[in-house]
Write a protein that binds this ligand. Structure first.
Ligand code: 4NP
Length: 150
């Protein structure tokens, strides 16, 4: 069973959306989860604005609760998609070996190969920021899902 982890900083804005969007595109044969590199929002619901934009596109993410990324996630998951370059560096810093590092990817590189673009942190921005993030993640998750379903 393929296991995929989405990672951002707080695990309340971007990675819960990425988790919800990818789950919506795949069957229950895949395990999908999300986590934050920070510990600010452990146990919290996703941000209201993420819940709202997901709902707009027919996806319910209210079952999710914030949790922090842990080294054991390298053992559990096959693919670890980070939302931005800062998340990427923070996860790679925790890697124990080359095998761990090989699992870590920047999610937008699925769409824009080797460009190392960030999914911008929408936390301090407007509702439009969340809409933009949703669209970027939907595009990236479409590529991820199509690769996994081959
Ligand atoms: P996220 O956004 O990483 O997309 O969940 C953030 C949410 C909260 C904080 C930072 C980023 N924070 O500093 O509390």
């Amino acid at each position: 069973m393929t296991k995929i982890l989405m990672v951002c900083l707080g695990n309340i804005c971007r990675s819960p959306l990425a988790e919800g969007i990818l789950r919506d595109k795949l069957s229950n044969d895949f395990i999908i989860d999300s986590a934050g590199t920070g510990n600010y929002h452990i146990g919290d619901l996703p941000d209201k604005r993420s819940i709202k934009v997901a709902e707009k596109y027919g996806i319910d993410i209210t079952n999710q609760r914030g949790r922090q990324f842990s080294v054991s996630d390298f053992d559990t998951f096959d693919f670890i998609y980070t939302m931005d370059n800062s998340n990427f560096k923070n996860v790679v810093k925790l890697a124990r070996n080359e095998n761990d590092i090989a699992k870590v990817k920047l999610i937008l590189n699925e769409v824009y190969s080797n460009q190392n673009y960030d999914v911008p942190d929408p936390y301090h921005h407007s509702t439009q920021g969340f809409e933009n993030v949703f669209k970027m993640l939907d595009e990236a998750c479409e590529v991820i899902a199509s690769k996994l379903l081959i």
